[in-house]
Write a protein that binds this ligand. Structure first.
Ligand code: FE
Ligand code: FE
Ligand code: ZN
Length: 277
């Protein structure tokens, strides 16, 4: 069966997210570990986590995907901001051990004029400080649109980051369909070629998750504005081919489309229909 869910609010805790997922026929979900624009996190509620783990086991809700706050920049020019990114993500990885066997996604960062190579070095350097051999979480680098000085707009950049990480067996990739489209990878007309290019540059065995979004902008716009499935420039049929693709169809898919729950429920049903065709 297609493994699909959407981004859910974490404000009411883990069990609430699990119940919400079940209510919209999702069998996974994504959530922010803390305020996406801040760095404060609530203390872990062990009773809530225990209830979630029971529900997740019964309903097959796995793997869940945590998303780091997007204000973090592991390759900022400011050492204090780089340290904040490092310390926040290190704390998130400790928290992730309460729900072992899941995934943690982050935006590589913006090099802000220092150059791509310097940025890649900072990002890999941070991962070398926070990854632990004994951790049970797969850390994912997200493909980005390449807006401004964003790193991760090219598969080659993600490959280089991963290559420079010692514990790279803990590092995978999350492919965001809106971001790669805005970055110039034509997943609508040339999906097979994009998949082959990913395999050649990074290796498909390192692709662990897909953010499934349509895009408000045309191919290569370099913008990063998510649209609902079928309401953007990628289109429903192209996204249906993404979830059905032999190299992708076993991956977990996470919707990050501008929707309320009923909209997410509709999109999940649409994509399940496409997958089973
Ligand atoms: Fe993201
Ligand atoms: Fe994304
Ligand atoms: Zn985005």
């Amino acid at each position: 069966m297609l493994k699909i869910g959407c981004h859910l609010s974490s404000s009411k805790g883990y069990e609430a997210m699990g119940k919400t997922a079940v209510s919209i026929q999702a069998d996974t979900f994504q959530f922010f570990t803390r305020n996406p624009r801040g760095t404060k996190a609530k203390a872990m509620n062990e009773a809530d986590v225990a209830k979630f783990l029971k529900l997740a086991g019964e309903e097959g809700i796995t793997p869940i995907l945590a998303h780091a706050p997007y204000i973090l920049n592991a390759c900022s020019a400011d050492e204090g901001l780089r340290n904040l990114a490092r310390d926040t993500m290190a704390d998130d990885l400790v928290r992730m051990e309460y729900t072992p066997g899941n995934m943690y996604n982050f935006h590589p960062g913006c090099h802000v004029g220092q150059g791509t190579e310097a940025g890649i070095d900072f990002i890999a350097g941070m991962l070398n400080q926070i990854l632990k051999p004994e951790q049970h979480t797969m850390v994912l680098l997200e493909t980005m649109a390449g807006k401004g000085s964003e790193i991760g707009g090219r598969f080659e950049e993600l490959r280089k980051i991963r290559d420079r990480v010692e514990l790279r067996s803990h590092v995978g990739i999350c492919l965001d369909t809106c971001h790669v489209w805005d970055g110039g990878y034509d997943i609508a007309e040339h999906l097979d070629e994009v998949v082959d290019e990913f395999d050649r540059v990074i290796g498909l065995e390192h692709l662990k998750a897909v953010h499934l979004n349509d895009s408000m902008n045309p191919l290569g716009a370099g913008k990063d504005r998510h649209a609902r499935i079928g309401e953007g420039h990628i289109g429903y049929e192209a996204l249906a081919r993404v979830v059905r693709h032999p190299a992708l169809r076993a991956l977990p898919f996470y919707l990050e489309t501008p929707n309320e729950l009923d909209g997410y429920a509709r999109e999940i049903a649409m994509m399940r229909e496409a997958w089973e065709r």
